[in-house]
Design a protein around this ligand. Structure first.
Ligand SMILES: Cc1ncc(COP(=O)(O)O)c(C=O)c1O
Length: 402
């Protein structure tokens, strides 16, 4: 009962999961700086800086752009609860656990929700959304830009077109994509977009950056009823993040410090360079995985989410035994499947600080050793060699184009 509890000493893991990702040491340092009050004049100035950085990361001028004090699921809740009220209809594209969560949350609003489904591992077809919405008054079309549970990305253009035809707002979950995959709120005309801090931004979990445009502000202004959720009501939260800086709730100050530093790092690298880094590292990882004789869940290369790769677990290999050995022997964490894909796939996240060439090569080498020891025959060194070839080809192509 009175056993002494020692000082905190977490192991140093390489997090190649679909979040949280590993963090740059600069982000840890920012988080360890002194706490100030959330209404302190200095902190108010920092809040402006955070919003300026966030607008650059989202590529938007939207006034309402701030980090919600909640994980990505809070972003989903804010995004659907704010526009929806009695009499509204919502179409939610579901092709995995997280897009399903958007539908599950929307069903708690008074609106009528219709799911437009695609099998896990595939993208939803915008034509299915068009068919489902035809002749109806649709308030929102919602989807996950990147579906982390299956490693699928959606091309947003087709959904924007359909939402325009239906006169609906486009709501996009960019938890797995912001700062890792091309995304431009202004150019792609996304009405509501939210993300999570723990993925390609590589800050700690616990905040959900959100941005909504003027069209949504008008919808909020003309609501007939109050937003069901007090905490996630964007209008009242903006009384704190906006000019007035009125107390709404006490935000996670140290996490905001960390987010600020993580976004500085994102913008120092440059969004285009960062997107390209994520793309290249996934291509090398895929080349390595396929050279080892393993298969991917997502068959169509155009549907593959650059930040999360879903690998089919080969016959004869036990999911948790494999992942436990990777963790115990190499300090590498990858994730298993969730929901319908539990026990069927591994999910490898290459996000933000985790998306690095040495990490890809280490993972492939470690996976080869573990697979061999657990009875799966892998051609010696094939995974690492294929990944290196991919990097070399990319480097040569870059040198030639210069
Ligand atoms: C696409 C997507 N949406 C929403 C979430 C929920 O985020 P959180 O776990 O931070 O609440 C996740 C989490 O992995 C996600 O990947």
């Amino acid at each position: 009962m009175n056993q002494p509890i020692g000082e905190l000493a977490p192991p140093t893991r390489l997090m190649l999961t679909p979040g949280p990702s590993s963090m740059d040491p600069r982000v840890y340092r920012a988080m360890a700086t002194p706490l100030v009050g959330h209404l302190d004049p200095w902190f108010r100035g920092l809040m402006d800086e955070v919003q300026i950085l966030l607008r650059q990361v989202f590529r938007t001028e939207n006034r309402i752009t701030f980090p919600i004090s909640a994980s990505g699921s809070g972003g989903i809740e804010a995004s659907v609860m704010n526009p929806l009220e009695e009499g509204d209809q919502a179409l939610i594209c579901v092709n995995g656990m997280f897009s399903d969560r958007m539908a599950v949350i929307a069903e708690r609003s008074p609106a009528k929700v219709t799911k437009i489904e695609a099998p896990y591992g595939k993208a939803v077809d915008p034509d299915d959304v068009r068919r489902a919405g035809k002749g109806k008054k649709i308030k929102i079309v919602g989807l996950a830009h990147g579906e982390t549970s299956s490693g699928v990305i959606h091309n947003l253009d087709g959904f924007r077109k359909v939402a325009d035809e239906l006169g609906a707002l486009l709501v996009v979950d960019a938890v797995a994509t912001l700062a890792g995959v091309p995304l431009n709120i202004e150019r792609q005309r996304i009405d509501i977009c939210f993300s999570g801090t723990q993925k390609a931004i590589s800050a700690p979990p616990g905040m959900s950056p959100i941005t909504v445009n003027a069209r949504v502000e008008e919808v909020l202004r003309t609501r007939k009823t109050k937003v069901q959720s007090w905490y996630f009501d964007l209008t009242t939260a903006m009384n704190y993040w906006g000019k007035e800086r009125l107390y709404h709730h006490t935000p996670p100050i140290s996490l905001i410090y960390a987010l600020r530093e993580a976004m500085r790092i994102v913008l120092e690298e440059g969004l285009e360079a960062r997107w390209e880094r994520h793309r290249q590292n996934q291509l090398a990882l895929i080349a390595g995985i396929e050279a080892m004789g393993l298969e991917l869940l997502v068959k169509n290369p155009a549907d593959r989410l650059p930040t999360v790769t879903a690998v089919m677990i080969p016959g004869g290999i036990e999911d948790t035994k494999f992942r436990n050995q990777l963790l115990d022997e190499f300090n590498i964490e990858i994730a298993g499947g969730i929901g319908a894909l539990k026990g069927k796939i591994w999910r490898i996240g290459l996000m933000g600080y985790s998306s690095q060439k040495p990490h890809v090569l280490l993972l492939l080498a470690a996976a080869e050793k573990v697979l061999l020891e657990q009875g799966y025959r892998v051609p010696a060194g094939a995974g690492v060699a294929a990944a290196i070839r991919t990097y070399t080809q990319a480097e040569t192509a870059t040198a030639v184009s210069r």
